[in-house]
Design a protein around this ligand. Structure first.
Ligand code: GLV
Ligand code: MN
Ligand code: MN
Length: 428
């Protein structure tokens, strides 16, 4: 019989948990509503307001609130000494611009609910709310967790926030992060403090809905290779007078490049290789572009994601070859900014098994599936910390304002997480 308390809780306690969850999501949605969706800028105002709101809630429930040296929020069980090893549950409190309320926030609220339900096992437990997971703001993902592991470079600190133009260095400093240590690339904590890392997250994709799976354990997380900005430089000219063979049209060149990459991608998929490719930003300069002008300059972003680091490198070589070939054939030049890379990660088999068993104990349909999206859990897994993720199915995808999640599914996830914490706590 389960001794984890959320699954053996009385109906009244379950109802109280639901009310608390609904209130937390509703209040934070309200404070971060932007008129379209939610916006919680990495190392910005609404991310901080979200963290402060959760800190006030945690305090009201008797949890200890602190910040790590990267400015992330830590909520510890009462009586847990600051350095005491514990199971960590984490996720992020920032969002993409005009995003949904559940990406990241669901995992932090789930951790807090496991703590405040007060009936889980005696496992030492902490919830960490990361700042800066979303690459949308500075062009680089996992900033709060990377800082913790001493993995923010000097070049990263010079990245600028998309709307304010402030550097990452300035923004991290503004939330009280230990900039001297971050600039020196020092790890900001002793990873032995983390006995296991668990992250609950919405799936963000359509698979679990299609397969009717409320919950799933994640077996691995895709990594990526990215350029935030590649410039294609051609020649701006009158659109009516230059024949095709004399044009150096940057837009046609970029389109050609993207279609060539699509053909490679299709071929790699046919060979069973895991890969997704995206050019999420494509721009001509509004100050000079016009319907009657051949674009002389186009900038675009490029991202490839895969579970395999080798695939990422091999695809990157293809990109390089095609940049050269298109440049030569169309009389343009491509200039790339710094290449960014996030490593793929494998979740710990024992943690995965514990999460699967927790879903089974609740009688919930589940499976083990890969994550196409990136998560802070990948940093913990790649640091050798036993790590696992629990997905909750969600409607309407993610990184858009229509993102949705059924509260029943979320509460099942909280129960499974609580059960898994209990089991892992008894392993320790
Ligand atoms: C995280 O949101 C990602 O871009 O995968
Ligand atoms: Mn996201
Ligand atoms: Mn996320």
């Amino acid at each position: 019989m389960s001794t984890s308390a959320t699954s053996s809780a009385s109906p009244a306690m379950r109802e109280a948990l639901r009310e608390t969850a609904e209130k937390l999501f509703a209040d934070i949605r309200e404070l971060s509503f932007d008129g379209v969706g939610v916006t919680r800028e990495s190392y910005g105002r609404r991310e901080t307001e979200t963290g402060d709101y959760l800190a006030a809630f945690a305090q009201s429930q008797g949890l200890t609130v602190s910040h790590d040296r990267a400015g992330n929020y830590i909520f510890s069980n009462p009586g847990l000494a600051p350095e005491q090893p514990a199971i960590w549950v984490g996720s992020h409190i920032d969002s993409v611009p005009q995003g949904g309320n559940f990406d990241g926030l669901a995992g932090v609220i789930a951790g807090l609910l496991c703590q405040v339900s007060g009936q889980h096992s005696a496992a030492p437990l902490r919830t960490i709310a990361f700042r800066g997971e979303e690459s949308a703001w500075f062009g680089k993902a996992y900033l709060g967790s990377s800082a913790l592991f001493g993995k923010i470079s000097a070049a990263d600190l010079e990245l600028v926030q998309r709307s304010s133009g402030q550097t990452l260095d300035e923004c991290m400093a503004s939330v009280g992060a230990d900039m001297a240590a971050i600039r020196a690339g020092e790890p900001l904590f002793d990873k032995k403090q983390v006995l296991a890392y668990l992250e609950l997250h919405i799936e963000q994709g359509p698979v679990m809905i299609a397969r009717d799976l409320p919950l799933a354990a994640v077996n691995g997380i895709r990594g990526n290779i990215r350029h935030n900005r590649i410039e294609c430089l051609g020649e701006a000219q009158h659109s009516g007078v230059v024949p095709r063979w004399l044009r150096r049209d940057a837009m046609f060149a970029v389109s050609d490049l993207i279609m060539r990459l699509d053909a490679h991608w299709k071929e790699l998929l046919e060979r069973g290789i895991d890969l997704v490719v995206t050019a999420g930003i494509v721009q001509t300069d509004p100050a000079e572009h016009s319907i009657s002008r051949i674009p002389g300059q186009v900038s675009f972003s490029l991202e490839a994601r895969s579970k395999s680091a080798d695939t990422l490198e091999a695809f990157y070589q293809l990109v390089q070859a095609e940049l050269q070939a298109v440049g030569k054939e169309r009389g343009v030049r491509f200039v790339t900014d710094r290449r960014l890379r996030s490593d793929p990660a494998t979740m710990h088999p024992r943690v995965c098994q514990v999460l699967m068993a927790a879903c089974a104990a609740l009688g919930v349909a589940h499976d083990s599936i890969p994550s196409g999206a990136g998560h802070d859990a990948s940093l913990f897994a790649n640091a050798g910390i036993p790590s696992g993720m629990l997905f909750v199915r969600n409607q309407n995808g993610s990184h858009n304002p229509h993102e949705a999640m059924e509260m029943d599914d979320f509460l099942l996830g909280v129960h499974a997480l609580s059960e898994a914490i209990h089991t892992l706590g008894s392993d320790l």
